[in-house]
Design a protein around this ligand. Sequence first.
Ligand code: UFG
Length: 323
Amino acid sequence: MNVFVTGGAGYIGSACVEELLNAGHMVTVFDNLTEGHRAAIDPRATFIQGCLSDRDLVIKSVGQAKTEAVIHFAASALVGESMTNPAKYFRNNVANGLNLLEAAKENGVRKFVFSSTCATYGLPERVPMDESTPQKPVNPYGESKLIFEKMLLWFEQSHGLEFVAFRYFNAAGATPRFGEDHRIETHLIPNVLKVALGQKEQCDIFGTDYPTPDGTCIRDYIHILDLAQAHILALQPGKRGFFNLGNGEGYSVREVIDTCARVSGKAIKTVEKPRRAGDPPRLVAAAAKAKTELGWNPQYPKLEQIVASAWAWHVKHPSGYGD
Ligand code: UFG
């Protein structure tokens, strides 16, 4: 299939592009390289450097690639930043995303696969959360993704554009080639591993008074290769709708730090800090729907395996992609 991947130079996108190519698909990567890296683009893919704000370029590029399916990773994706700069999130994730949706419609694309998030649920009343959990986002990031989910429903109804929207829990881990290198790193696992590598002195723990067994936030970590597998399954004709992608097991911040220490064999110095704005205490997926309807079968469900893959990548790429 001819697949047009936005954000294919980014963390999750680069791993998915690699897997799409391995599965025999033809891939065009569309990325403006503000978050992504040139070196993270699989050389087997065609690359177009461009911005989704450029509506004419997006429409032309989707057409030139003879696109049959779009996979839309490109987004602003930091909960904390969205609280201080909501406009950036509505512009990039809603307005610019709409240009891509229109381009898909104009070019007769058959399938649209979207990276949504468990942040659309807000503060769930109970976990694990399935796809029917009420969606009440508590930050502009989650809100922007929820608006796009609704746009997908209307484009499907009005134009017959079949869609799959994946609500990711916490993406983590690395492939041997592609890993996590954000220009400003806010995520837990890479920050803990930077301490293990000696690049940071200490790791902050944001909030130790949450209503959880050890007082720190609980998250469900999912390997980027398992996310990639789900996107490939979503390309099958007739598959549509909303799916959670997580492992159904929650780990606290302290448990993640302990796992990183064990895997790396290094002591991790920690400092307890106040809560970070916009963080729900506990997010854990019920992801049975993706398994039964798509045939999704995660290969790396254990936190230890996920952290080990990330550690191997960071050891091999201590300066990330070096740009
Ligand atoms: N945390 C720390 N110290 C750090 C970094 C993070 O204690 O140095 C804590 C956070 O406060 C949070 C947990 O670790 O409680 C996980 O934080 P991350 O920043 O790694 O991930 P988030 O859960 O905030 O957000 C990520 C993605 C979002 C996605 C969300 C879904 O960035 O795009 O997962 O849960 F929506």
